[in-house]
Design a protein around this ligand. Structure first.
Ligand SMILES: C[S@@+](CC[C@H](N)C(=O)[O-])C[C@H]1O[C@@H](n2cnc3c(N)ncnc32)[C@H](O)[C@@H]1O
Length: 397
């Protein structure tokens, strides 16, 4: 948007006007507009109605975001030019200006020429400058409570209502992101001290560099494990590892916003997927209402049940579930003995012949595997590589 801000006078001189559209809540858009000093409106499509109608909704990301795109509209809302940005290629604003110069009546290429943008040094510098000025944001969708403002009357007239997207809170938690930034800063401080310092400075530099490097390495592993990519792979691995019939009783322990739970419910026909959680405030901001909302949006609300309870003392009878699964919950439980209690409960509620599936960081999964073996569970094995640690185990009949 900053590029379009810098070219806005030229675009207006060509007889066009500019307006931007975002799926962020109005307050976020207003703050961004002020920060970037945008000389054009930044409208809110919080319900994702315009972006869905225009084929720009990326429902997989952060609860539903828009693919970046540029449209040129003629009078009457007729689209004369359309370009979708891709990861590695995009149409430069100059391409849009060239089209405007040729006139709206000119034939716009169906897919305008793309400029490949392997980032150049100035792009890195611009990103670093913006990160320093504005911070690194990870916007959370708030699409339930805000009204959408349409791009203009003509466009809104063509918009059909599209529901908001599910939100599974898959972003890397803020404390991990902030820790990474701090680790990097310590490393940079260590480098500066080693370059500029005198006297005892080498010791200080080595200390800072070591702390920075260890912190960054540790937090990068955590960010990888709890980040969207591995979580999605873990969910797919878990759901593919179970031989579904459709009538099973399934339990998701520490179900959070229902990422795994809803995935399981989608494989059921007559069965039920139960989620248990305490919805702790310090465990990623997950909420029971979000599970119900997500299950409703994915059309599986009737196959999902929730229990607000402690996984260390679950209120279910022995052997009540065909599949007992859990993702990224063990490391949140507390001490080693708390984790052992959770595992003991998971084993207790698994029916003979039933399956346990777990995703978490390696040390927690290793300890769980030992416990499962010690209690006679069979076929205890890891299903994926080093970073993605999914464990399966079967209770003997
Ligand atoms: C990082 S979230 C993972 C959520 C979900 N399983 C997922 O993969 O998206 C961990 C969840 O475990 C829950 N949790 C932590 N300790 C718990 C306990 N003792 N009993 C039940 N739930 C617990 C937290 O409230 C949180 O929702």
């Amino acid at each position: 948007m900053a590029e379009y801000r810098d070219l806005s006078a030229e675009i207006r001189a060509l007889g066009a006007d500019l307006v931007a559209l975002s799926v962020d809540p109005p307050a976020t858009s207003a703050a961004l507009r002020a920060e970037l000093a945008l000389p054009f409106s930044l409208l809110g499509d919080v319900r994702r109605e315009v972006v869905a109608r225009w084929g720009l909704l990326n429902a997989e990301e952060k609860g539903g975001i828009a693919y970046p795109a540029v449209f040129v509209l003629a009078r009457g809302g007729v689209v004369r030019y359309r370009s979708l940005d891709r990861l590695r290629s995009r149409v430069s604003p100059e391409g849009v200006i060239a089209f405007l110069r040729a006139g709206l009546a000119s034939t716009a290429p169906a897919e305008p020429a793309r400029t490949t943008v392997w980032p150049a040094l100035r792009d890195y510098l611009r990103v670093a400058r913006n990160a320093a000025r504005f911070g690194i944001r990870s916007p959370r969708p708030d699409n339930a409570s805000q009204e959408a403002t349409m791009i203009d009357e003509k466009v809104s007239a063509t918009v059909r209502t599209a529901g908001p997207a599910a939100d599974y809170a898959l972003q890397v938690p803020a404390h991990v992101r902030h820790g990474l930034t701090l680790g990097l800063l310590l490393g940079v401080a260590g480098l500066l001290v080693s370059l500029l310092g005198r006297g005892h400075a080498p010791l200080l530099a080595i200390g800072l560099l070591t702390i920075g490097a260890l912190a960054v390495a540790f937090l990068l592993v955590i960010a990888l494990v709890v980040g969207r990519g591995l979580r999605e792979k873990a969910r797919d691995t878990i759901l593919a590892a179970f031989p579904w019939r459709g009538d099973e009783a399934v339990l998701d322990v520490g179900c959070g916003n229902g990422f795994l739970l809803v995935g399981a419910a989608r494989r059921l026909t007559t069965g039920k997927a139960t989620g248990i959680d305490l919805w702790k405030a310090d465990a990623g901001g997950q909420r029971a209402e979000a599970v119900l909302r997500n299950a409703g949006l994915e059309g599986v609300a009737s196959r999902v049940a929730l229990t607000n309870g402690d996984a260390r003392r679950m209120p279910f009878p022995d052997g009540a579930f065909d599949l007992v699964m859990s993702s990224l919950m063990l490391h949140h439980v507390g001490s080693r003995s708390d984790r052992e209690q959770v595992m003991a409960e998971m084993m207790r509620v698994t029916r003979p012949g039933g399956q346990v599936l777990l995703y978490d960081m390696l040390p927690f999964v290793r300890a769980a595997a030992s416990q499962l073996r010690a209690h006679g569970f069979v076929e205890v094995k890891r299903l994926a590589g080093l970073a993605l640690v999914v464990l399966t185990a079967t209770r003997p009949r």
